[in-house]
Design a protein around this ligand. Structure first.
Ligand SMILES: Cc1cc2nc3c(=O)[nH]c(=O)nc-3n(C[C@H](O)[C@H](O)[C@H](O)COP(=O)(O)OP(=O)(O)OC[C@H]3O[C@@H](n4cnc5c(N)ncnc54)[C@H](O)[C@@H]3O)c2cc1C
Length: 398
């Protein structure tokens, strides 16, 4: 039974591979994978386990760096500020939370494995029109080809034409923020620590790469982003070093900076009319705490599991109802947490400043709660299981 996957960003390529790996025949529609993406993606251990299963992790190891410690620094100049919060993977008995992988390595690695998979037929075109029916859904491609399937996986990004064709409405808004993305070399060792500086315009996050190199996602207002984009390398290196409080010593930015305007989109449903949403078709939010593609990979894992249980009709109402119910809590929890944190950074209102700093202060000062957030950040649900165990142990000891 063929499953149609629309979109060849990381979510679409991973969905095609994971479905094919589970015995489905896949028709994949989309252009060649992007090679000019300067972003890096921090993927947590469970997401890496899936990449390993579908045969792409090994090739990525040398381009990636482990994330052993994650730090949040309140770099606002506001009246109420939180203390530095540090999360160490060793506190939850892990060697690392995950790996930071350049998208310029991830996308081609995924493409190579997809192209060599015998159960995936990659049609290098774009879906021009969708026709959802009661038994099947049909896609008419720009080159005139027609593809029909019982299930269409919408991995076609934040504007998702497949989502629209399925009649799934969304709530959406844009933030007055742009993420400036670049990679840089530095004179001091990063010791595999990632630091997220919280500023009045959004987070500025340094994430380690192999050697004395790191990636940076610096969220600023659109006017500042434009100014930073125009600076020469020397001037920009100085600005980055200043923003990072010289914690990594001398900074030298590498060529190829990019800007990504920030927005949030949340569909009212995650599947309907033979279409299941994955990746940014299912959730868009600001890049805080490395959540986006990790969540997208969990979409894929749940979809594969449900499609496997409904092999005769993976796009029927029962399968899609199960998918919607399964994904809803995870997607809503992540989207609202990230959007709330982002808004609290932008807000000048004292109550929201108090809530953010008190929240971070409590998490930072209480080990079991810190461990809870670390585990939840990696595997939803596992934090609860361990938190109750740890608390019981503590109470038992008293
Ligand atoms: C600055 C920044 C930093 C980030 N860092 C992290 C991180 O550290 N960790 C993390 O987990 N996430 C991170 N994210 C989120 C992550 O980048 C996204 O979740 C991910 O790129 C989404 O991939 P996608 O495949 O869903 O969408 P996209 O990459 O947008 O792919 C959509 C695909 O659909 C195709 N398409 C569109 N229309 C059609 C059509 N009609 N027919 C066929 N194909 C179509 C497009 O050509 C494209 O190939 C970050 C995001 C940003 C902006």
């Amino acid at each position: 039974m063929t499953i149609l996957v629309a979109g060849t960003g990381p979510a679409g390529l991973i969905a095609a591979l994971a479905l094919a790996h589970d015995g489905h025949v896949v028709a994949l529609v989309g252009p060649p994978a992007r090679r000019d993406d300067r972003r890096t993606t921090a993927l947590m251990v469970p997401a890496l386990a899936l990449l390993d299963r579908i045969g792409v992790l090994k090739e990525l190891q040398s381009a990636a760096a482990p994330l052993r410690t994650m730090r949040i620094v309140d770099a606002t100049s506001r009246l109420v500020r939180s203390p530095v919060v540090t999360f160490r993977a060793s506190e939850i008995d892990e060697d690392a939370f995950g790996l930071n992988i350049p998208n310029a390595a991830l996308n081609p690695a995924l493409e190579e494995v997809v192209r060599s998979h015998p159960a995936i037929d990659w049609l290098e075109s774009i879906v021009a029109a969708w026709h959802p029916g009661s038994d099947r859904i049909e896609a008419k491609l720009e080159d005139g080809t027609r593809v029909s399937a019982k299930l269409a996986v919408a991995a076609d990004g934040r504007l998702s034409p497949a989502r629209e064709a399925a009649g799934i409405r969304t709530t959406a808004h844009s933030y007055p923020q742009t993420a400036l993305v670049l990679n840089f070399a530095h004179s001091r060792d990063h010791e595999f620590i990632s630091t997220e500086f919280h500023t009045e315009t959004g987070p500025c996050t340094q994430v380690p790469l192999p050697g004395h190199r790191s990636s940076l996602v610096w969220v600023v207002n659109p006017v500042t982003a434009e100014q930073l984009l125009q600076l020469n390398d020397k001037a920009l290196s100085e600005r980055v070093e200043e923003r990072l409080q010289s914690m990594l010593g001398r900074v030298t930015v590498e060529p190829g900076r990019q800007a990504y305007p920030l927005s949030a989109t949340l569909p009212l449903r995650f599947a309907r009319n033979r279409v299941a949403l994955v990746g940014e078709a299912a959730h868009v939010f600001p890049p805080i705490g490395a959540q986006g593609l990790n969540l997208g990979i969990r979409d894929v894992q749940d979809l594969v599991e449900i499609a496997g249980r409904h092999r005769s009709d993976p796009g029927g109402p029962v399968a899609l109802g199960a998918y919607d119910a399964r994904r809803r809590p995870d997607i809503l929890a992540r989207s609202s947490a990230v959007n709330l944190l982002n808004r609290s950074l932008l807000s000048d209102l004292l109550p929201s400043q108090f809530a953010r700093t008190a929240g971070l202060g409590i998490i930072g000062g209480f080990g079991p709660l810190r461990a809870f957030f670390m585990r939840e950040g990696m595997r939803p649900g596992s934090g609860f299981a361990n938190l109750f165990g740890t608390l019981r142990e503590k109470v038992g000891r008293q």
